[in-house]
Design a protein. Structure first.
Lengths: 631, 378
């Protein structure tokens, strides 16, 4: 039966299966056509998209941090360098429980609270996928101890990195400033690409002002990555361009001498080379160790610095405002001559007081019974207030403001550091705006002896006296001497000349400068500065009132001053330049709550001209001379 | 018509001699050469996909040699014997499928291996051959087209092993079994209407089966299919695979230059996703060439089907050809993202021995059908 059926249907079955085979072929061809269309879609139409995706998969640009430029003083002494340290870094992504890891690590390597706070701060900001330093500057023992336990911390690693170091520490802290970790605010204002590998940025001082020069340009490494994100090989490398090296105008020996001379007092010293405007020394005391800030200062340390009564973080050279006091007198005298309100020969009898016409109020000279008959020279030499009350009254506040303005007071000096404040040239408009009261004639009198509202920064004091030394020629004070791109010749910075102070008669310069020289040989300067210096010097002292005790006439008595708490004592000011004929330095010294400014200046100027002092064997007799207040 | 062909060929004595030699050892030269062509290209791709791993290459050559031996062995057995033994093969296969569920070894989370003391094998692979053979021998005794009873029995013959295999769980092999059985039914002239409704039913059943599975079972399936699967991103494989193929473009990135596979973005690049390596390194043209090599085998398989002399041979040959087609088509569809991800290797190209031996055994049966043909007619 089976056979019968088979024979009967044989041809029909062949026909059927052949048909079905052909149908099968057609179905297969359709499917293959569909597959080929799909391949064409992926490989021909969407090729570009997938190429991009593929590259994104395996190519990674790893930024390389440029080495920060070095900072030298004018003699090539290193002021800011980069030193290699070992840091303990954490790769945060892979760590689920950071706190636990930190606890474990702290059992091996002691972590300060600052380390942890700083780390968590950075973790929160978290700009990149790479390691965050947990602790900088590991000791060799800590490094060894970590390596012993490394297997326990797959996401922690020891990394060698360069960090900023300031070998001279506090002496340059206010000028150089410091670098610190980039914070969120800064992140918004920087070129994120150029800083993609950088952890540090200049926070203040030269480090901040010349940030662009010092930072350099980021480099890149194009690396091939595998699916786990591990680099397989480097395909291309664009080397980072290191930052420029800066040579500052500062003379570190002079700077250190100034710091030592000022040590123990709050105050500021600024020394300018009058012929160029180069700043040779700029010291603000007290200071701080900038190295503390590099690794991230602890909250406690920072608070201590910030709350200290003598304000070590405060850069007095640029931000401290002091009354011009008697140092204003040479400028007023110059204006008096130039405006024809006085002559070198004009004399005035000083009874010890001055009274405005038709007014009852009496303005006392600092010397109770007066200086007697004084001409311009004597008025400057003895710092006669009465003479300047009269001259100021005659000239009026506009003329006073005018000369101060021409010498650069009341406006930013434009020093390449930023941070500075403009100071105040008081005027009726200013008083109306700020104090909302009218300008009185008495204000003019106070202004003419520098005790009113006039305020200036130590830098402006120095710039003013440098202009005087230059006979009116003015240069913008600056700190950058040479900029050097690595591998390229150094580029010296040109001095920027400012609008000079022009007088109707050049001879007036000599009149005033001679008077200033006399101050140092016979007048108020001589008392404290002493004599016996082998260089000629012209200068002017001043005492700024912090607290008016009873009245001006009693202020001169130092016994009164010494009864006061230190912070209410007067500030002593001293400006000078030397030598008189071809000035090499112009110096401004401000010492708060003491009358030692000329003494301090002496040490510094002597150092400049004579080199380091001989070892001191006995207490200097200068101490006794400090009994009197300087005018 | 067939006899005329034979007659014409005898005019060339040299050709005749050559032919008769291959006929004598029961090897189909066309099929052999096209398989060799494909395996050579497969080895070239595998060498790159394995990151130039010589050990992998040597292992694969060993697999291929073994598989060729199996093929030659299967080619020696006349179709009549297959027809007679089919029922036994099927029975043994079924027995082992049940056995593997009870005492099977768990490999990669699925019970598919059965240890017979000295050898471990997958009963589902045996079933891939036994099922079409048994159905063909069953239909051989039937009237064609089939009556309803025969269709019902056939469905049972297909579904019982398919369900057992899917219980392992190995859904992709189960699907291949259904395709194998279905192809026999199709060739046997199952009406288009019934075919469509059965296909529809199968499509409906697939999610239903999925639905009734426990979550951990699904997880096991998925984990088995993609051992490196990113649990958060289920589409990681296919995305990387598409990137590999798409970035290859027209000419490809060049041999050994595929970044997707060499940097391990492409998962399973030596096994299931090897087609993506081909697409990445040899581009659109290289993929077309590879598909062409596959299609040459298919065409030869269909040629053998049409020229087979009895219903059993035709159904078997057609079914084996179709299984081969679907095993590479599903893989390529999966890799290019037009089919869901299933754990099916690309036949003759992917690294691995087990499925290759089954496949070559199938080619051996095809050769047997082709080379024993003349003996039956003369």
């Amino acid at each position: 039966m089976q056979k019968r059926i088979a024979i009967k249907n044989h041809l029909q079955e062949i026909q059927l299966t052949t048909q079905r085979t052909v149908a099968m072929l057609i179905i297969m061809l359709v499917l293959i056509a569909f597959l080929i269309m799909r391949l064409g879609f992926l490989q021909l139409i969407k090729h570009d998209m997938y190429t991009t995706l593929s590259k994104k998969n395996w190519l990674d640009l790893i930024p390389i941090e440029p080495t920060r430029g070095l900072i030298y003083d004018r003699n090539g002494l290193l002021l800011a360098e980069n030193i290699p340290v070992f840091s303990l870094d954490i790769i945060p992504e892979k760590n689920k429980n950071i706190s636990q890891v930190l606890t474990e690590i702290s059992k091996i390597i002691p972590l300060s609270e600052t380390d942890i706070t700083q780390f968590k701060k950075e973790l929160a900001q978290h700009r990149r996928f790479d390691e965050i330093p947990l602790k900088l500057r590991l000791t060799e023992i800590e490094v060894a101890r970590f390596y012993e336990n490394q297997y326990r911390f797959p996401n922690a690693l020891i990394k060698a990195r360069l960090i900023r170091h300031y070998p001279l520490g506090a002496a340059f802290s206010h000028v150089l400033g410091y670098v610190g970790r980039i914070n969120l605010d800064e992140l918004e204002n920087i070129d994120a690409t150029n800083y993609s590998a950088s952890n540090y940025i200049g926070k203040i001082g030269i480090e901040k002002y010349y940030e662009d020069e010092l930072h350099g340009t980021v480099g890149y490494e194009q690396a091939e990555n595998d699916a786990n994100g591990q680099p397989v090989r480097v395909l291309k490398q664009i080397k980072p361009v290191p930052g420029k090296n800066l040579y500052l105008t500062l003379d570190s020996r002079l700077q250190l001498a100034a710091e030592q001379a000022l040590a123990g007092h709050s105050g500021a010293v600024v020394i300018i080379q009058p012929s160029t405007g180069q700043i040779l020394a700029m010291v603000s005391e007290p200071a701080f160790d900038p190295n503390l800030f590099v690794a991230g200062i602890s909250g406690q340390d920072f608070q201590q610095l910030q709350l200290a009564a003598d304000k070590p973080l405060y850069n007095r050279t640029l931000r401290g405002l002091y009354p011009l006091a008697s140092t204003i007198k040479p400028y007023i005298a110059l204006q008096g001559l130039d405006s024809g309100n006085t002559t070198p020969d004009f004399t005035l009898f000083d009874p010890g007081w001055y009274q405005l016409p038709n007014k009852e109020h009496i303005y006392h000279d600092w010397k109770p019974h007066g200086h007697g008959t004084v001409n311009l020279n004597l008025a400057i030499v003895n710092s006669c207030d009465t003479y300047f009350f009269a001259l100021g009254h005659k000239m009026g506040i506009r003329a006073i403001d005018d000369i101060l303005d021409r010498f650069g007071f009341g406006e930013l000096t434009g020093i390449d550091m930023g941070e500075e404040v403009p100071g105040i040239i008081a005027s009726p408009t200013w008083k109306r705006r700020v104090k909302n009261t009218a300008w009185y004639e008495g204000d003019t009198l106070n202004s003419s002896i520098g005790q009113g509202f006039m305020q200036a920064t130590p830098l402006q004091f120095a710039q003013g006296i440098a202009t005087m030394a230059n006979r009116g020629k003015r240069f913008a004070p600056h700190l950058l001497l040479i900029e050097q791109e690595p591998g390229k010749p150094p580029e010296p910075q040109m001095a920027t000349e400012l609008e000079p102070v022009n007088l109707h008669n050049e001879a007036y310069w000599k009149t005033i400068i001679t008077a200033l020289q006399n101050v140092m040989t016979q007048g108020t300067g001589h008392v404290h500065y002493g004599d016996g210096m082998p260089y000629s010097i012209a200068g002017k002292t001043g005492t700024g009132q912090v607290f008016s005790i009873r009245h001006r006439d009693e202020e001169g008595k130092s016994e009164e001053q010494e009864k006061l708490p230190e912070k209410l004592r007067d500030q002593s000011l001293f400006v000078a330049f030397a030598p008189v004929d071809k000035p090499q330095i112009a110096i401004a010294v401000i010492a708060e709550h003491t009358n030692l400014a000329p003494n301090i200046a002496r040490k510094i100027v002597d150092f400049y001209f004579l080199g380091p002092p001989a070892p001191v064997t006995a207490p200097t007799p200068n101490k006794e001379a400090t009994a009197n207040v300087i005018h | 018509m067939l006899s005329t062909n034979t007659f014409q060929r005898t005019h060339n004595p040299h050709q005749n001699m050559a032919r008769s030699f291959w006929r004598y050892i029961h090897i189909d030269l066309y099929l052999l050469l096209s398989i060799i062509l494909l395996t050579i290209m497969g080895l070239i791709i595998l060498y790159s996909a394995s990151s130039q791993n010589r050990v992998v290459l040597e292992q694969q050559i060993l697999h291929i040699s073994l598989a060729f031996a199996v093929m030659v062995f299967f080619a020696q057995i006349p179709p009549l014997l297959y027809q007679r033994w089919a029922v036994w093969l099927y029975g043994i296969g079924l027995f082992f499928l049940i056995a593997v569920l009870l005492v099977g070894h768990t490999g990669k989370g699925a019970e598919r291996w059965l240890s017979l003391g000295f050898i471990r094998f997958q009963p589902s692979e045996l079933m891939k051959l036994a099922l079409p053979l048994f159905l063909a021998s069953y239909f051989h005794k039937m009237h064609l087209p089939l009556n309803n009873r025969a269709i019902f029995v056939a469905l049972m013959i297909i579904l019982v092993p398919a369900i057992l295999v899917s219980k392992q769980p190995d859904q992709s092999t189960a699907a291949l079994l259904i395709i194998a059985g279905g192809s026999v039914l199709f060739l046997a002239g199952l009406s288009w209407r019934l075919l469509c409704s059965l296909a529809g039913l199968a499509v409906l059943c697939a999610p239903l089966v999925w639905y009734f599975m426990h979550d951990y079972q699904r997880q096991r399936v998925l984990t088995f299919l993609n051992p490196e699967r990113d649990p958060l991103n289920k589409s990681y494989h296919i995305i990387q695979s598409k990137i590999a193929i798409g970035s290859g473009g027209l000419f490809g990135k060049g041999w050994l230059n595929g970044t997707q596979s060499h940097l391990h973005f492409l998962p399973e690049h030596s096994t299931d996703f090897i087609f993506a390596v081909c697409g990445e390194e040899f581009g659109f043209l290289g993929s077309i060439i590879l598909i062409t090599f596959f299609m040459i085998i298919i065409l030869r398989g269909l040629y053998i089907t049409i020229h087979a002399q009895d219903t059993f041979s035709r159904l078997t040959a057609g079914s084996l050809t179709l299984i081969f087609f679907f095993s590479f088509f599903i893989n390529m569809g999966m890799v290019t993202g037009i089919l869901p991800v299933m754990g099916l290797p690309l036949p003759l190209v992917s690294y691995g021995g087990s499925s290759m031996i089954t496949l070559m055994a199938g080619f051996g049966i095809l050769m047997s059908i082709q080379t024993h043909r003349k003996l039956l007619t003369t």
